[in-house]
Design a protein around this ligand. Structure first.
Ligand code: GLA
Length: 412
């Protein structure tokens, strides 16, 4: 009898959250369904680092709309590191830098929203951000309420200065804090793949970085003089992780980092970079200066056919099918039995492609999709030329320049 009374008491207390007198229920788990296709937008870091301000945000938002980027699907404007002052205020709140944002952050966010776009901010799970601004450690619930008051839609959450804490716990705490604060906010995990976020991140966030920072080159490693770390050319990031594509999908994406399209590579390399991000179903977050964007860069970033590959509702990350003497073939299953296939010339010399479909059966070992060209004939559409080019009855024959790509959509 005594046992039954105790059990009843324990059960009734569990309705009150965690301790006696706590009548406010803490919520857990990310906001579901905020990123059913990979998020698209712009982030300030790759070009501007901490040199950001109100004018930059407004001009970027204006161009996002006037250039056609918004119509192509880019809708998040994310301010990365450097938006705060060096200290919290007397109440422990974060303070948007009053010199960079003289009218306050709310005015900036309202402006971005008035353009029909969404807005994101950055912070860090550690005591300080990577650039030395106040981190969120110990302030998770307070910062979450601060973001909700501002009205942000996206939070990128970084991993500097995190000695002594574990990633899964720290990201779960922030995720729960956002959920409890109550406004749906896309939660972008940025711990560089150090702690296998693909294994535990799905209930926690909507996307997670899988690598250290990107660098605007095809395949280089850029060693930073200070500290013991490197940034990576885009093909290095593409190849960095093995066997993690099965963890990526709608609302829980492997994030290959903000793009470097328009940041100094050749147009051919930019095209290859954008193609590979689309083949990987990566978030497409531009990182260039829109105010100086060339026609060619804009055309690459707004290629509707490639964006459709990235945003395909099946949400399956592509994979390398074959590689022979620097000529690689990458494939991505798409909805309605379609496939995207990319020929990538990884080498520094021009190559010839002669692809006899009948000799290939493409099998996706992780998701079970298969393209058998002896059973099914596919129509072919060249996604960079935007034209139909026949079908898989005949060999696909083409020249391909160094570092260039040819991407076809296969339609059964
Ligand atoms: C880390 C992140 C970058 C950027 C900087 C900001 O390096 O990986 O994407 O956010 O911090 O300091």
């Amino acid at each position: 009898m005594k046992k039954a009374v105790l059990l009843l008491f324990a059960l009734s207390m569990s309705n009150f959250g965690y301790s006696q007198g706590n009548t406010h229920t803490q919520k857990a788990g990310k906001f579901e369904g905020l990123a059913m296709t990979p998020p698209m937008g712009w982030n300030s870091w790759n070009t501007f680092e901490t040199n950001i301000d109100e004018k930059l945000v407004k001009e970027t938002a204006d161009i996002m709309v006037s250039s056609g980027m918004a119509a192509a699907g880019y809708n998040y404007i994310v301010l990365d590191d450097g938006w705060m002052t060096r200290e919290r205020d007397a109440n422990g709140d974060l303070v948007p830098d009053p010199v960079k944002f003289p009218n306050g952050m709310k005015a900036v966010i309202d402006y971005v929203h008035s353009k029909g776009l969404k807005f994101g901010l950055y912070n860090c799970a550690g005591t300080q951000t990577c650039a030395g601004y106040p981190g969120t450690r110990g302030y998770e619930y307070q910062d979450a309420r601060f973001y909700v008051k501002l009205g942000i839609d996206f939070l990128k959450y970084d991993w500097c200065n995190t000695q002594g804490i574990t990633a899964k716990e720290a990201y779960t705490t922030m995720s729960n804090a956002l959920k409890t604060a109550g406004k749906p906010i896309v939660f972008s995990l940025c711990e560089w793949g150090n702690n296998q976020p693909w294994e535990w991140g799905k209930p926690v966030g909507n996307l997670w970085r899988i690598s250290g920072d990107i660098y605007p080159c095809f395949d280089c490693e850029f060693k930073h003089e200070e500290g013991n770390w490197s940034s990576w050319g885009f093909m290095k990031i593409i190849e960095m992780r093995k066997d993690i594509r099965k963890y990526s999908g709608p609302d829980h994406w492997n994030d290959f980092d903000m793009m470097e399209v328009g940041d100094g590579m050749t147009n051919i390399e930019d095209k290859a970079h954008f193609t590979m991000w689309s083949m990987m179903a990566s978030p497409l977050i531009a990182g260039n200066d829109f105010r100086k964007m060339s026609k060619e860069t804009l055309a690459i970033l707004t290629n509707k056919e490639l964006i459709a590959v990235d945003q395909d509702k099946l949400g399956v990350q592509g994979f390398k099918y074959s590689a022979e003497e620097g000529l690689e073939v990458w494939v991505k299953p798409l909805s309605d039995g379609n496939w995207a296939i990319t020929f990538l010339n990884r080498s520094d010399v021009a190559k010839k492609i002669n692809f006899d479909w009948k000799k290939h059966t493409i099998k996706d070992a992780d998701f079970g999709y298969e393209a058998n060209f002896n059973k099914t004939i596919f129509k072919l559409k060249d996604l960079w030329q935007n034209k139909e080019i026949g079908n898989t009855k005949k060999n696909f024959v083409s020249d391909i320049a160094p570092h260039d790509v040819i991407t076809l959509r296969l339609i059964p």
